[in-house]
Each structure stands twice: as C-alpha cells, then as structure tokens.
Design a binder for this molecule. Structure first.
Ligand SMILES: [Zn+2]
Length: 354
C-alpha cells in the first residue's frame, strides 16, 4: 500500500468527507472534443493537455480526487471506434496525466473502471471476457500507483460484484469504491433491491458504496436515505446535475418542458440544475451523512464549487465566487448605495418601466 492508499482509508475512518469531481465525458462533449453516442475518451491521446487542464479546473473547484479519464476507455468500446490498438496507451496516458495533477496538488489519485457493456447475467463466456477487461485495466492502474479504484455506473449487481472481486484479486490491496447507477426502479437490472446491493458490496469489502450517474439530485436523495439506513460504512453520492423528477427519474429519460422532445444526450441544456439546486442537494446529502460526494455527467467547475462550499470548503475557486454587491446595476440591493442611472437601468432591464 502506498502512503496515499492508507491515507484514503484513514481519512474515511476519521469521518472526513471526500469530494470528487467527475463528468469528464459530458464536459468534453460539450467542449467539442468527444463524440456523444460513441462516448469514448480518445481526447486523452489526441489532446492530453486539455485533459490535464480539466483535472486542474476540478481541483481548483474543490475536488479531493483526480480520477483518470478512462471512462469507456476499455477494450470493448475502443473496438467500436476501431482503436483497440490504442487501449494500453490511452489508459496509461490517462493515468499519468491524473497522477501528475494529483501529486502536484497533494490530492488522491484514482482510476475509474466502468460498466463493460459486455456483462450478461448468467453468461459465463461473456463474463470471463469482462473479467479479462477489468484485469488488464486494474493492472495498469496498479502499475501507475493509484491510491484507490472506482468501479462505477454498474446497473447490475453481478457486474459490480465482479468488478469488486477483480479489484481485490488484481488490485494489490488498493481500496475499492463501488457505485451503482439507479434508473427508474430502486432495483438493479438483475433485480436486486439497490439498498441490498449496496449492503452486499460493503459486506464483500468495498471501502465505499453508493450511487453515481443516472439520477439527478431530487431523485437520488430518497434512495440515499434508504442506503444510509442499510449500510454501516461510508456512502457515496454522485448525481447528474439535471432536473430529474418522479416522472423522469433518470436523466436519460428527460424531456424538454417546452417541446416535449426526448433530450438525451446532446440536448439537455433546458433541464440543467441551477446552482441553487446543487447547493440544496449538497445540504441534504450532508444531512444524510454522505461522506463521499460528487457530481457525475453534466458537472462543470462552477457547480462543483457550490457543492464544495456547502461541504465547508473554500477551494481556490472560491476566490472568484459570485458577489453581486460588486455589480454596477444590481449591487445597490446589497450595499444600499444607489445611483440614479443604475436605478433607471435596472427598471429597464427588469421591465419595471416599459
Ligand atoms: Zn455519469
């Protein structure tokens, strides 16, 4: 175990919160460096400097963890885009960039292992292939000295368990954080209640268990309360910053409030969370006792700063947190200092005078 690995476990034991910014895939899509649909992270080898910058942004905004951007950087997905030959290079490059930023800022260095898209309950041949895929990625992560490994977005308990088993078997003692993607029902796609799935993962040695992706803050919170009752150890919550509702529990199901059109995955702007939504979520999560907290797909730095501040942090980005008292038009509401033209401008801007 490296110093930082024991540090991760010790920090959890001390009751410290761990903040983790994720959402690289969606954010690179938004910036024009990743193709939605394929969702593969070739930006890692094509523009490694941009990946480093995004890690820096998230650390600046309060992330305690730098997670290598290897989401869907596994054998099966790279095969689809004809780049299976780049598999090892992509994984090692992603690991080295994340390690560089983590070590520079004394943050935790993590590797992300995601759902394989190959797993099939009861299909031994398919699942042997999944095991090989997990094994090769875990071994690269260990070689690069990760502090812990994240197994994420599993919708089947069987695959989550397989990931945990592989981390235990090939991970050379690095801790595992395992999170499940909950869609509409509170059960996994292999029909296990999600609370029970989390309990089993915890019982089998995951250092942290919980939920990531799929649900927004409003639809993740009720299930988190149940998980908190079921699990003894630290729990994780990384919702997507979208306005999911009971009618549209997963962000993949969201529709445009105006047109009624299905929005996933490249037209979601009209259902984004507000910054206030993120603060509200963070307050609730803190109350529940969510110790491992973050944001998934749709996250960007200013959302993450909101979350970090509610969790009592003042990351470097807090230096630039909004202060409307400094605004030349709206500032008088905060300071009481009025200016005749500014008052008139405000009336015009807000339509008070028409
Ligand atoms: Zn996600």
């Amino acid at each position: 175990m490296s110093m930082s690995t024991s540090d991760f476990i010790q920090r959890l034991k001390n009751g410290e919160n761990i903040l983790i910014a994720e959402g690289y895939l969606f954010e690179f899509g938004r910036r024009g460096y990743l193709k939605y649909g394929a969702n593969t992270p070739e930006v890692v080898v094509e523009h490694p400097e941009l990946v480093e910058v995004m890690h820096e942004e998230f650390v600046h905004a309060g992330s305690d963890v730098v997670e290598a951007f290897t989401y869907y950087g596994h054998r099966e997905k790279l095969k689809i885009i004809g780049r299976e030959d780049d598999l090892e290079k992509l994984n090692k490059t992603a690991l080295r960039i994340a390690k560089k930023v983590a070590r520079k800022h004394n943050k935790l260095f993590a590797f992300g292992l995601c759902n394989s898209t190959v797993f099939a309950p009861g299909d031994e041949k398919a699942n042997a292939k999944v095991r090989d895929m997990f094994k090769e990625q875990i071994e690269w992560a260990v070689e690069e000295g990760v502090d812990y490994i994240i197994g994420e977005t599993f919708n089947a308990l069987g695959e989550a368990m397989l990931a945990l088993e592989c981390i235990k078997e090939y991970g050379n003692g690095v801790p595992a954080v395992i999170t499940i993607a909950a869609y509409f029902p509170d059960i996994t796609t292999d029909d296990v209640p999600i609370t029970e799935a989390c309990r089993l993962l915890e019982e089998n040695g995951a250092a942290v268990v919980g939920l990531n992706c799929a649900r927004g803050p409003a639809t993740m919170l009720p299930l988190l309360r149940e998980i908190r009752k079921t699990c003894k150890g630290p729990i994780a919550a990384l919702p997507v910053p979208f306005r999911c509702t009971d009618e549209f529990r997963s962000f993949q199901s969201l529709k445009d409030p105006k047109s009624g059109k299905h929005l996933f995955m490249n037209d979601l702007e009209s259902v984004r969370c507000s910054s206030a939504d993120i603060r509200h979520f963070a307050h609730e999560a803190k109350q529940i006792g969510v110790q491992y907290i973050g944001l998934c797909c749709g996250n960007f730095a200013s959302y993450f700063r909101e979350l970090a501040e509610v969790y009592g942090r003042t990351p470097p980005a807090s230096h630039y947190s909004p202060d409307m008292s400094m605004n030349s038009v709206f500032g008088d509401e905060e300071t009481g200092v009025t200016n005749a033209l500014a008052t008139k401008m405000k009336e015009f801007i807000l339509g008070i005078k028409q």
